[in-house]
Design a protein. Structure first.
Length: 183
């Protein structure tokens, strides 16, 4: 949501959007990227499909990955067909691809969802720095710092091994890079 807010309110691609149009975009993003997945996971917990909302086991992650893929595909499809700015369509596709790869990798190891996200955002910041006229140096620095803190937190809490953290980061970055070649 922070990245989408940043793009919507700070990038020149959205200069032609009225304040109300930007607000509608943010509401749409919140519903597809936060509200629906959260409600779905809470329903899965209430119905006994998952043992915890924290998704600590690989088994608990399967259904949430699949459900989120549906919501994220829909968000990308809407962004692409409504002719949203290229960077936003690129981000939406990267999120969908990263979720898909996360589901596949989940069969082999409990890859860190947090670092998948960090990888997507890091690669998006690098690509945005190359694609736009904005000076992205300070933003790339902040994104790298947050990605490092995220990975460190996952290791400190002992929720993941180093391989799971690194695999998540590189999977997210790779998916965002692949999305760049398709958008």
């Amino acid at each position: 949501m922070y990245v989408l807010w940043f793009m919507t309110y700070n990038m020149s691609d959205f200069a032609g959007f009225s304040p109300w149009e930007k607000t509608k975009l943010m509401i749409s993003f919140f519903v597809n990227y936060t509200f629906f997945p959260l409600v779905t996971i809470l329903l899965m917990k209430a119905l006994g499909f998952i043992s915890s909302v924290f998704l600590r086991s690989q088994r608990d992650r399967i259904l949430p990955y699949i459900v989120c893929e549906i919501f994220y595909f829909w968000a990308w499809y809407v962004a692409r067909n409504n002719h949203y700015p290229k960077l936003m369509v690129l981000f939406a596709l990267g999120i969908f691809l990263a979720t898909s790869l996360g589901l596949i990798l989940n069969s082999y190891l409990k890859v860190s969802m947090h670092t998948i996200s960090a990888g997507v955002v890091t690669m998006l910041a690098l690509l945005a720095g190359m694609m736009t006229d904005m000076s992205f140096g300070p933003y790339i620095t902040v994104v790298l710092l947050v990605a490092g803190l995220t990975a460190t937190a996952r290791l400190i809490t002992s929720n993941h091994t180093q391989a799971e953290v690194y695999m998540g980061f590189f999977a997210g970055a790779l998916c965002q890079l692949v999305a760049y070649f398709f958008v």
